[in-house]
Design a protein around this ligand. Structure first.
Ligand SMILES: C=C1C[C@]23C[C@H]1CC[C@H]2[C@]1(C)CCC[C@@](C)(C(=O)O)[C@H]1[C@@H]3C(=O)O
Ligand SMILES: O=C(O)CCC(=O)C(=O)O
Ligand SMILES: [Fe+2]
Length: 372
């Protein structure tokens, strides 16, 4: 029995828990989920350098690699992505400082459950779940640039909620997110090219996107075979761009097997989420993945989740559906799907289909035209 908060929730005291020989029962996952990966995923390492320079041959090559990976499992890594190594390092330094704060301070910055993209700290998501807890602390920062009166939303949040001392942290995370959003938009162009649709179709759609920076700290765990850092899930959002340190732990379920994604120095891991799967009429996959924990080493990752602006209608471009290839998903918006995925406990491969079933059955008029 560990520490409890004022609501009886488990308190994730990582400094103490990583020394503990026995895992608290809240962190135990079912035996059948705990199968170990025996091989690595063959995801491509896509060099964005040529595409960025406008080299047509290199662009076609990158688009082909992208198309193959996204049709198979939805995971790839990018190099020459243009995100300065110093800003990545600076973000990691700020995150280290944050996770090293006293537990009380972190608890005072807890995420408020239930609101879309809420900012703040979470220890093992214990405020939301009671069992199958993930062995991690997270810190989430909402990023969007829709509001011209407040272009530096992260700086403002850090200063006003965390305190004036965190202004610098705010600027670093703001710069990180601004750069990652630009990279996300660039990747949407390559995705469009690879799908044979107008190059700017998705860029225009995501120009005013809402995004989220999620910092993950996975402390060492003396029973790494019994729990997960992040349990098996599909990302409900559109695109995820992950920076992982060199420890390793990210795994993908592809061709009925768990496969590890090897950390590549300087690369970023990108994956397709459920909402992009709907935006390309199911041509590209959103795939089950998870993060393992390590017996001796702590692991840190920064996930950047890109999602459409709240009122944008998620619908594939005309070129991607026809009488022969009908629409797989009706129109929906990100907040509707997000709310459903939160109620569904954890997002997996069935979430988007269940959401569509629920949406069509709860609104009899909500049928959709499946052909052009
Ligand atoms: C919109 C989101 C919900 C989650 C964070 C982003 C994208 C992925 C989701 C998540 C990571 C899937 C696994 C479970 C989860 C609770 C987590 O472990 O963090 C999910 C996120 C969340 O609901 O906060
Ligand atoms: O930290 C990782 O390796 C993966 C995290 C992840 O999949 C997520 O946050 O959605
Ligand atoms: Fe994920």
């Amino acid at each position: 029995m560990g520490l409890r908060d004022e609501n009886g929730g488990f308190v994730f005291d990582s400094a103490m828990l990583q020394k503990q020989a026995n895992l608290p029962s809240e962190f135990l996952w079912p035996q059948e989920d705990l199968v170990e990966a025996q091989e690595e995923l063959n995801e491509p390492l896509i060099d964005l350098g040529g595409f960025k320079r406008g080299d047509e041959v290199e662009t076609a090559r990158a688009a082909e690699l992208l198309s193959k990976a996204c049709s198979e499992h939805g995971f790839f890594q990018v190099t020459n992505h243009g995100i300065d190594a110093t800003i990545i390092q600076a973000a990691h330094n700020e995150i280290d400082t944050f996770f090293n704060l006293p537990l009380d301070k972190k608890l005072s910055l807890r995420k408020k459950p239930g609101s879309l993209n809420a900012n703040g700290y979470s220890g093992a998501h214990a405020h939301r779940f009671q069992s199958k807890l993930p062995w991690k602390e997270t810190y989430t920062l909402l990023h969007h640039e829709n509001d011209p009166s407040n272009p530096n939303i992260i700086v403002d949040y850090c200063k006003s909620v965390m305190g004036e001392d965190f202004e610098h942290t705010g600027w670093i995370c703001q710069r990180y997110c601004n750069a990652l959003k630009e990279l996300g938009l660039l990747i949407t162009e390559l995705l469009a090219i690879s799908l044979g649709v107008d190059r700017f179709h998705y860029r225009n759609f995501f120009e005013d996107c809402v995004s989220m920076m999620r910092c993950n700290y996975y402390p060492p765990c003396q029973n790494p075979g019994l729990t997960f850092g992040t349990g098996p899930h599909c990302d409900p959002n559109s695109l995820t761009i992950l920076h992982q340190d060199q420890v390793g732990g990210l795994e993908v379920f592809s061709n009925n097997k768990w496969k590890a994604i090897r950390p590549e120095p300087g690369a970023l891991v990108v994956n397709i989420g459920d909402t992009f799967m709907a935006l390309c009429n199911g041509r590209y996959k959103s795939c089950l993945h998870r993060a393992m924990v390590n017996r001796n080493l702590e692991r840190k990752t920064i996930a950047f989740f890109l999602s459409p602006r709240e009122d944008r209608v998620v619908r594939p471009p005309q070129e991607l559906f026809s009488r022969e290839e009908p629409r797989k998903y009706p129109d929906f918006t990100w907040p509707e799907f997000w709310e459903f995925s939160q109620k569904h406990y954890r997002s997996d491969v069935t979430t988007i289909d269940n959401f569509i079933k629920w949406k069509l059955s709860s609104k009899p008029s909500g049928t959709f035209t499946s052909v052009a």
